[in-house]
Each structure stands twice: as C-alpha cells, then as structure tokens.
Design a protein around this ligand. Structure first.
Ligand code: EAX
Length: 326
C-alpha cells in the first residue's frame, strides 16, 4: 500500500505541477514597428514590454518585431484588423487610409513645436481620435511620437521650394503628404518604409523626408548627403492594438495594456526629445550637410493647396478644432 500511496502522490504532484506550469506560462503577444532596434520606437517597445510584464505579474510577455519584419505600416495595420498582429507602433502616415479622421494631423505646418503637438494629442480631442479607431476594427491605445519631419536628398541643398523642383521624393502612403510635395514641385513617390533604404541606394528616388529620430536610426547618411531642417510636418505615432486580442480581455487586463501603451509613449517622447538635442550633430559627424536656417514661409505658402484639398473632402470642423487647441 505504501507503493500505491506514493504512486498516487506522485501522480497528484505531477498533475498539480502541470496545472501550475500552465498557469505560469506567459501568453505571448507580438508588437511590430518599421524602425531599427536602436530607434525611439524600440525604446517605446521596451517600455511596453516591461510595464506589461510587471503589471500582469508575468502573465503576458511581449515579442518585439522591429525593422518591418511583420511588414510595412499599412500591412501591419491590416494585420491588427485580422488578428495576425497584436500591437503596432506606427506613424499616422498610412493611418488615414483606415481612419480618415486622422488625416488632419498630417497637414503640413499644422503644429509649431513639440509642446503644442503633444498638448493637442493629450487633450480630449486626442482621446476622441483614439476612440475613433474602434469604428475601424482597431484599438487606439496611446499617442506616441515620431517627430517633425525634414527633407533629405542625394542631389543638392534645399533652401527653398524651388530647390525641391523635380526631385523624386519618397513620401509615406498618405494623400495629404503626397499632395503637399506635388504642390512644392517635387515628384512624390509613395512607398512603404521597409523599401526605402534600398530605393535610395539604387537611386529609384532622390530623397525622402523623416524626423531626425528616423534619419539617425536608419543610417540614412550612407545614402543621403543633404539634410534641410524644413520641419514641414509633425509626425505623430500611435500605439495600436488588435480588437481580435483586446476584445477578449477582462477589464483589468485591458487596463494593463493601456498603461503599457502610455508608458511606451512617454518613453518614446523622451527619446525623441533627446535626439532633437543630439541628433543633428551626430548626422553632421557622419558626413551629412545640414541646412539649419530655413525660411519656412515659402514652404508654407507652397503647400497651402493641400489644406484646400483636405477641407473640401473632409470639411473644416476637425481642422478648426485642432487649430483652436493648438
Ligand atoms: O513610423 O514611413 C515613415 O517614413 C515613417 O516615418 C516611419 O516608418 C516611422
């Protein structure tokens, strides 16, 4: 009977351990973005992971997929909708294709500085836009940041819109941006970010535009000689979740993910600020010619028609509300 008892005990122990192991196996979620693992988005991904793992006491873990390994931003947003991607940190670049209300944020020269942009995104208007995501099979978790965009190219220094005339400039897959560059006299070529470095290297396009953050994280100095600090548009980033995952969560679990996204956005904004202070010197050290004292008035004038096209299609209301808050 002793042997029989110990066998029963052993089976019971295995069964208990099995259950215990199961309870402790973390649920893995994936998080994708297009930038390198040294980028401000990776800083944000780390904060997301740390916060989520801590709050959930290890019940959830996050696998980061940087460098577009889950696809470009448009593809990853589609992935969220069908549930193949759980979380994405993306610029609003391609988001207007899914949630047209966000196009307003991509209007050139809408915000004057970081403080103003962050303030608007952190307001009830920003919350309202985040909530809009759920009408389009997406969950808006937090406004993060990419940064003010500047032009780079391989041909010449750009000081006025006339200098951009005829340049083949890669833009994001965003109609507002494409229109702005067309108005400037450039030849906009929309393209997903993961294709961009090769396109610049092979000369398919002459230039591109991105914040200091992205130019640093992508070593664009290897393929672009000139940088002009045009700051022509503020590029928000957003932390998005998949409704396929998030609709199945308890209220408490949802809260963990919301807090993780908030921590991610905060860490990313801090990194953006640091790169705004230190990035230009780094780009110069790496051989880029940087034009800093740009008179933006002629650029503002040149892109004005982009506003008319936007308002004729989407109305004035959202734009006025943003401008009031700014
Ligand atoms: O979101 O596509 C772009 O140029 C974006 O700025 C980049 O993917 C970061």
């Amino acid at each position: 009977t002793f042997a029989r008892h110990s066998l029963v005990a052993a089976i019971a122990a295995i069964a208990t351990t099995g259950v215990a192991l199961q309870a402790h196996a973390a649920t893995e979620v994936n998080l994708g973005h297009t930038l390198s693992s040294s980028s401000h988005y990776s800083v944000g991904a780390d904060a997301f992971k740390e916060t989520l793992e801590e709050l959930s006491d290890g019940a959830y873990t996050v696998n980061e997929h940087p460098s577009g390994s889950l696809g470009g931003e448009r593809e990853m947003i589609e992935g969220l909708q069908i549930g193949t991607v759980d979380f994405v940190i993306t610029s609003t670049g391609p988001l207007g294709n899914f949630v047209p209300e966000t196009y307003v944020l991509d209007l050139p020269f809408l915000f004057e500085d970081y403080e103003q942009a962050r303030c608007v995104l952190d307001s009830d208007l920003g919350d309202e836009l985040l909530a809009k995501m759920s009408d389009h099979d997406l969950v808006g978790l937090a406004w993060s940041e990419n940064g003010f965009r500047h032009m780079t190219n391989s041909q010449r220094e750009i000081a006025t819109p006339a200098d951009a005339e005829g340049l083949r400039v890669r833009t994001m897959e965003n109609r507002v941006h494409q229109e702005a560059f067309r108005q400037m006299g450039a030849r906009p070529t929309p393209m997903a970010f993961p294709e961009l470095f090769t396109a610049l290297q092979q000369g398919t396009v002459d230039g591109q535009e991105n914040p200091i953050t992205v130019i640093v994280a992508t070593n664009f100095w290897e393929v672009q000689d000139y940088l002009s600090l045009t700051g022509h548009v503020y590029s928000p980033a957003i932390v998005l979740g998949s409704p396929i995952l998030m609709d199945g969560l308890s209220e408490e679990e949802r809260g963990w993910f919301m807090q993780a996204a908030a921590a991610s956005a905060e860490a990313t904004r801090e990194e953006v600020s640091r790169l705004e202070r230190e990035g230009v010197a780094l780009l110069e050290e790496n051989g880029m010619t940087v034009k800093t004292d740009i008179d933006v008035a002629p650029f503002q004038e040149a892109v004005k028609p982009a506003y008319e096209i936007f308002t004729s299609e989407y109305g004035n209301e959202m734009l006025e509300r943003v401008q009031e808050k700014a």
